[in-house]
Design a protein around this ligand. Structure first.
Ligand code: AHR
Length: 503
């Protein structure tokens, strides 16, 4: 059996974990809204048309914030279309996803759903086809108490109290040629600055997220952040990062190493924020919002076929990735990466939540079930709260296509307000068991309260409506704690949650 070690110290803290790193995302895309959270004809729909079975699965994930209404969708969206009497709301062609948007669900309905699900809203404004004026208007509509054109419009539409949305995205992926109203870094930096100023003049309590690069693979990555931040630094609070990984060649070790890239991406964007801060002699700190992350590639071919046959229909079944076991391992490792960077990443959104590259799947008129990636997210969201600890991991390494030194054991640790410690660990080794020694001496007497593992002999194993429990977490075999050192065995290719409490 191979060996690895993790040293933890209660005083070696990376930072407080902002609960919003366990956020998610619902876009008007595919069956995320229509056929996902909302299906009025479904036998399990509530009186507002929201599926109760889906809401139950969402609630178990304990998602503190949900990004809405896009995504690429938002760059052609007129928020006014989605409020007011439903029979007067226009049907619009959505040029992001070649779908017809009916606007049956808009801000009021989504806010009802979010409240029921226990989530706040992170609202994206359209800086693609629209600009600062309409961004200001929607803040007034959502957050101003009363006595102005848009706040009174909200009241007339049935909502007396403001929605009080605290976190706003200044557009979406504005560097991408696929985006309606794509901009250069200079065009975007100026627009974002003016939008942020005006939005904050309406409601000074809000925070705003400027668009970073839509991926670290964009040719403009780095210069985009530098140039646009130079123009809006003092007025923005976060820069967004988006990243999706794929494994089209079936290279599991290479795929599981992709979080090395994610870590580098985070560190680079944080360094650029700080470089701009230095250049401006500023005291203001801009942090990171990793507001789209996941695996995304399984459905790409299928989407091309759908568009060939069925462009412009409502709620096309787009981006319906079916996630397998190795995807869950990478999702776990991505969560570990977010926890390890908790000092700078204050918001993160698993993209997305239902049906569209999502942990939760539904069938129209049928069941709802959890995909493989649901479980690492559920565990991290449940147990990864409090403080992120600096876990010093000593692990054998391997070489793969992109890196020479990938640790087989990828781990992060957290400590909650009661002093309970949780270690999240992925064993990337395809064959070997590992004996992990966790040094907990600074915490006093600790015992193992729980060990959860997730493993499947088949990396391509999936959950389906018929077989929803094919890949699920089970109780692990735990381990021993002697003289402040825990020794735990973790199997090959496994996701592990090891929880400690005071003895
Ligand atoms: O999450 C799916 C899409 O991915 C989003 O609409 C867009 O922002 C990104 O390219």
């Amino acid at each position: 059996m191979k060996k690895a070690g993790i040293i933890l110290d209660k005083d070696f803290v990376i930072g407080d974990i902002d609960k919003r790193i366990y956020g998610s995302f619902i876009e008007h895309l595919g069956r995320a809204v229509y056929g996902g959270i909302y299906e009025p004809d479904h036998p399990k729909a509530d009186e507002l048309g929201f599926r109760k079975d889906v809401a139950e699965l969402v609630k178990k994930l304990n998602v503190p914030i949900v990004r809405y209404p896009g995504g690429n969708f938002v760059s052609g969206f007129n928020w006014e279309d989605s409020v007011g009497p439903r029979d007067k709301r226009p049907k619009r062609l959505d040029l992001a996803w070649f779908t017809t948007e009916t606007n049956e669900v808009g801000l009021h309905e989504f806010a009802e759903w979010a409240e029921m699900a226990g989530s706040d809203i992170m609202y994206a404004v359209n800086l693609g086809t629209r600009g600062p004026e309409q961004a200001r208007d929607i803040v007034e509509y959502a957050n101003h108490p009363s006595g102005s054109r848009f706040s009174d419009m909200r009241i007339a539409n049935g909502r007396k109290d403001p929605f009080n949305i605290k976190l706003w995205c200044l557009g979406n992926e504005m560097d991408g040629p696929w985006q309606m109203g794509q901009k250069t870094a200079v065009e975007y930096g100026r627009t974002a600055n003016e939008a942020a100023k005006m939005m904050k003049w309406v409601d000074p309590s809000i925070e705003v997220v400027a668009c970073g690069s839509s991926s670290s693979e964009m040719p403009t990555f780095g210069s985009w952040e530098m140039e646009m931040l130079d123009l809006c630094y003092e007025n923005v609070d976060y820069v967004s990062l988006h990243r999706y990984y794929e494994n089209p060649t079936g290279d599991t070790p290479g795929f599981l190493a992709r979080t090395m890239d994610m870590d580098g991406f985070i560190k680079s964007v944080a360094a650029i924020c700080d470089a701009v801060k230095g250049k401006k002699h500023s005291k203001h700190v801009v942090n990171l919002s990793f507001d789209e992350w996941n695996v995304w590639y399984h459905s790409r071919q299928q989407d091309e076929e759908i568009w060939k046959q069925d462009k412009w229909n409502r709620a096309l079944p787009l981006l319906e990735d079916i996630y397998n076991f190795e995807d869950a391992l990478l999702a776990g490792s991505m969560l570990i990466t977010l926890i390890r960077n908790a000092d700078r990443v204050k918001v993160a959104c698993l993209a997305q939540l239902v049906n569209v590259i999502a942990p939760i799947m539904t069938r129209n008129g049928g069941g709802a079930w959890a995909q493989t990636i649901y479980y690492p997210f559920m565990h991290a969201s449940a147990f990864g709260r409090g403080k992120a600890l600096n876990a010093l991991v000593d692990s054998p390494v391997y070489a793969c296509i992109d890196y020479d030194d990938v640790p087989y054991i990828d781990a992060a640790a957290t400590m909650d307000d009661d002093g309970n410690v949780t270690v999240f660990a992925v064993n990337r080794d395809m064959k070997e068991d590992y004996e992990i020694t966790i040094d907990l001496r600074s915490f006093g007497n600790m015992t193992i309260s729980e060990h959860i593992i997730m493993h499947n002999d088949d990396v391509k194993a999936v959950n389906t409506e018929e077989n929803p429990d094919n890949v699920v977490p089970v109780k692990g075999q735990g381990g021993t704690v002697n003289d402040g050192k825990a020794v735990i065995k973790v199997g090959p290719l496994s996701w592990n949650v090891i929880r400690f409490k005071k003895a």
